[in-house]
Design a protein around this ligand. Structure first.
Ligand code: ATP
Ligand code: MG
Length: 423
């Protein structure tokens, strides 16, 4: 083959794309119910936007950025995740201003880019759906976001989710915890992976997230954030749990859970499933949390924020056999002879204007082959016209499932078809 798609990318073909549209429609409907509306930001931004928001010790920034210099020598990057661009837009458009109702709630969908080694479930262009809410630090909002994520996945038919929550506390608690981690990991420094050695100096919290097997062993006995929370942070977390209890949401507290980005604090959460699509291994479907320092980091006023994101490819792997979408056709027009062929252009046009999905043969195939196509396309009705029908100003309408046939007036074809539909 002469040309191939770039490594780590996918073509989403018709048939497959209807699944994507379905997922995006459900997202839109659920999120709109919570007054989250869609925001569309550029798929590339200044490199610094991501560097600032993800932190330079993150895998994303240190290894996976799809960055480049443009012809004007600007350092740009294809977005690796959605939050940074949304926060940049929030600050740049002054969405914190008094004319905007708080919390300011948005959702997004679209392609993300990471320079990773392509393998199953890992691409260089992949897609995320996410939500962000700015301007409220309320734990009730945390619960709203968690509930909305659950509702989204439930509506898609994913039911047996495990909800894991944790807190990273406020900056003071994190500071205390930070010190405890440095004290704990320093004696192990020589045994840590190279990445984690760097993390120990820059951001020890990230060691907890290490994928290195030996690091993970050392992490097992690391101190727990829950022992370093100040009263306020502890109370807040307890309160959050009572809100979840009130909603009968089952959850587990996973005190080793941290999130990839630097600016998370207080509530963080992940939804997990165990599914044959992933060899019955537990995987994270959706993840999010609070990031009260991020807006300031990107040059805005001190503004609390919270959100979640999820990978659409991964979601679709889970949904595959749960989705039953049809792209069935209302009408397939069958023509016999040249006159009918000519007349079909106008007939087809009026059917489509009337709102039917309709198609016809364009390859001068025999009648039998045209009916076969009607069948293959799952057309609900075939409408046949030939010389005889044209002379009498009629068409033969056949219900493809039952075989019932009617002769109907050609002039009122759309109305007649609607009448048959309503019966
Ligand atoms: P991992 O630990 O698997 O690398 P991550 O921490 O990089 O995940 P996030 O940055 O939290 O993942 O991204 C959220 C979701 O986006 C992931 O759970 C996954 O579904 C999806 N995702 C991330 N990177 C890729 C990729 N390269 N290809 C496909 N999907 C991805
Ligand atoms: Mg990753």
């Amino acid at each position: 083959m002469r040309y191939q798609k770039p490594k780590g990318t996918m073509d989403i073909l018709p048939g497959e794309s209807s699944k994507w549209q379905y997922v995006e429609d459900v997202a839109k409907n659920v999120f709109n119910r919570y007054r989250f509306f869609e925001i569309r930001t550029p798929i590339f931004e200044s490199y610094e936007v991501f560097e600032r928001s993800s932190g330079d010790t993150s895998d994303i920034v240190s290894k996976e950025m799809y960055d480049f210099k443009d012809k004007g020598d600007r350092h740009l990057a294809l977005r690796p995740e959605g939050t940074a661009g949304v926060v940049r837009a929030y600050v740049e458009n002054k969405l914190y201003g008094p004319e905007h109702i708080k919390p300011y709630k948005v959702w997004y969908k679209g392609p993300m880019f990471r320079y990773e080694r392509p393998q199953s479930g890992r691409q260089r262009q992949f897609h995320q759906i996410g939500v962000e809410a700015f301007g409220s630090n309320s734990p009730e909002l945390d619960v709203e976001i968690i509930t909305m994520g659950l509702e989204f996945l439930n509506e898609l038919g994913i039911k047996n989710l495990k909800v894991a929550i944790n807190t990273l506390g406020d900056p003071e608690s994190r500071e205390n915890y930070h010190r405890a981690l440095v004290d704990y990991f320093t004696p192990f420094k020589e045994q840590l992976s190279d990445d984690s050695k760097v993390r120990l100096d820059k951001n020890p919290l990230r060691i907890l997230d290490s994928k290195d097997k030996n690091d993970q062993k050392i992490v097992e006995n690391a101190p727990s954030i829950l022992d370093y929370l100040n009263e306020e942070s502890k109370d807040r977390f307890e309160y959050l749990k009572t809100l979840l209890d009130d909603l009968n949401i089952n959850y587990v507290v996973d005190s080793t859970m941290v999130r990839g980005l630097d600016y998370y604090n207080h509530t963080i959460f992940e939804f997990m499933v165990t599914d044959p699509a992933f060899n019955n291994k537990e995987i994270t479907v959706l993840a999010g949390g609070r990031y009260n320092g991020l807006v300031e980091e990107l040059g805005g006023p001190e503004t609390p924020g919270i959100g979640f994101g999820l990978g659409v490819e991964r979601l679709l792997l889970l949904l595959n056999d749960k989705l039953n979408l049809t792209t069935d056709l209302n009408i397939y027009l069958v023509t016999i002879g040249e006159k009918a062929e000519k007349a079909s252009v106008k007939i087809l046009s009026s059917l489509r204007k009337a709102g039917f999905s309709a198609d016809k043969d364009y390859l001068q195939r025999k009648t039998k082959a045209q009916f076969k196509t009607a069948n293959n396309l799952n057309a609900k009705y075939s409408v046949t016209i030939g010389d005889h029908e044209l002379e009498n100003d009629t068409a033969n309408v056949k219900n493809m499932a039952t075989g019932d046939e009617h002769a109907v007036s050609l002039e009122n074809l759309s109305d007649e078809l609607k009448r048959i539909e309503d019966k």
